[in-house]
Ligand binder design. Structure first.
Ligand SMILES: NC(=O)C1=CN([C@@H]2O[C@H](COP(=O)(O)OP(=O)(O)OC[C@H]3O[C@@H](n4cnc5c(N)ncnc54)[C@H](OP(=O)(O)O)[C@@H]3O)[C@@H](O)[C@H]2O)C=CC1
Ligand SMILES: CC(=O)N[C@@H](CCC(=O)OP(=O)(O)O)C(=O)O
Length: 314
């Protein structure tokens, strides 16, 4: 019997790493190579596993992810990097299978895959189809709003929210240079840098990414926007598109919760427009740790393994 493919998760004891391990529990088609928590920063132990595993998933801060990639000298090793380090690098494949036709195949055949950022996943899912269909010009000057559960800030922010005295809700990123902007621009096709305002709330997981638009910015109606998005994702199992102005998902007739997809790998697109159609808001809802991180990493892992992309994903 052929031996099982081996996987090493560098950073397996962090927020994203632990969630990937959890998603893989019960899987019998691959063998997990693991280091005890006290050796999580041991360079020689990690280097040995980085070069002996068939597939490596990096769940590390950017600098550490770059160091791990540099430490891999076995050319057979395939890497999925969950950090921001390689998301616009020309020799890495962007790990968003729903990006466009052909992307899934590029991921399946790649040696280096950059897992998308959580906010970027929502923003690109909204923008790419509209720019591809010429409904939205690539030169559009856009504003993007995001709200994330606090796990998006990793162990450090989790500690603030679970052990100290957190703020109930806060904007951040007021330097307006969030680390997801380069990948949002590159992979959606925008030539102009958007203004992106992220925020974090006192809830563990969940995310909304919202793009308000004036109809004057578009080469088409709100209904055409909704139809284009629905058509683009019609065959996708992890991305769903609601009809224009869906009401039954709004709590008490008004409130769109951020955390309804927690624990899943789903991304939901919800387009809304005013009665006149002059103003729109396009919203993506996802789990920042699901489709925004560990779910996407497992989806990409399954593509590398030639397995059903949905294996082990909720
Ligand atoms: N949380 C999220 O929603 C998302 C996170 N990501 C990305 O995934 C990556 C991991 O993030 P996250 O899981 O949230 O972070 P965490 O801080 O929760 O975990 C990071 C892990 O990496 C370990 N680590 C840190 N530095 C080193 C090093 N130099 N060598 C070895 N191990 C190290 C940490 O160990 P120690 O405990 O010693 O610090 C910890 O176990 C980041 O690049 C992040 O940006 C991507 C998408 C979403
Ligand atoms: C709430 C919070 O702090 N979120 C993180 C983004 C989480 C994420 O997606 O990080 P990666 O870019 O590594 O994928 C932030 O804004 O920096």
């Amino acid at each position: 019997m052929a031996s099982k493919p081996t996987l090493f998760i560098d950073g397996e004891h962090g927020t994203t790493g632990l969630q990937i391990v959890e998603r893989l529990s019960g899987r019998e088609d691959l063998a997990l190579l693991s280091l005890p928590v006290e050796l999580r920063r041991s360079v020689p132990d990690r280097e040995a596993l980085l070069n002996s595993a068939d597939i490596v998933i990096l769940c590390l801060p950017d600098d550490a992810a770059k160091e791990s990639v540099a430490a891999i000298h076995n050319p057979a090793v395939r890497v999925i990097d969950a950090s921001t380090a390689h998301r616009v690098a020309p020799d890495w494949v962007y790990g968003f299978p729903e990006l466009e036709s052909g992307q899934r195949n590029r991921i399946a055949n790649a040696k280096r895959i950059a897992n998308p950022g959580c906010y970027a996943t929502g923003a690109i899912a909204l923008l790419r189809p509209l720019i591809a269909a010429a409904l939205l010009p690539p030169t559009a000057a856009l504003n993007i709003l995001g709200v994330s559960g606090y796990t998006g800030g990793g162990k450090a922010l989790i500690e603030v929210h679970e052990d100290t005295d957190p703020e109930p809700f806060a904007f951040y990123g007021l330097g307006l240079s969030h680390k997801h902007l380069p990948e949002i621009q590159q992979h959606s096709g925008l030539t102009a840098k958007p203004v992106f305002l992220p925020s974090v709330g006192h809830f563990p997981t969940g995310m909304l990414v919202a793009i308000p638009l004036h109809a004057a910015q578009l080469n088409g109606s709100a209904q055409q926007v909704a139809d284009t998005l629905a058509q683009w994702y019609a065959d996708e199992r992890f991305v769903t598109v609601a009809p224009l102005n869906r009401q039954d998902t709004l709590l008490r007739g008004a409130f769109l919760r951020a955390d309804t997809l927690s624990g899943t790998n789903q991304l939901e697109i919800l387009p809304y427009a005013s009665a006149s159609g002059d103003e729109l808001v396009l919203i993506a809802r996802l789990d920042n740790l699901g489709k925004g991180a560990s779910g996407a990493a497992v989806q990409n892992l399954n593509l590398l393994l030639g397995q059903d992309e949905a294996l082990g994903l909720i």
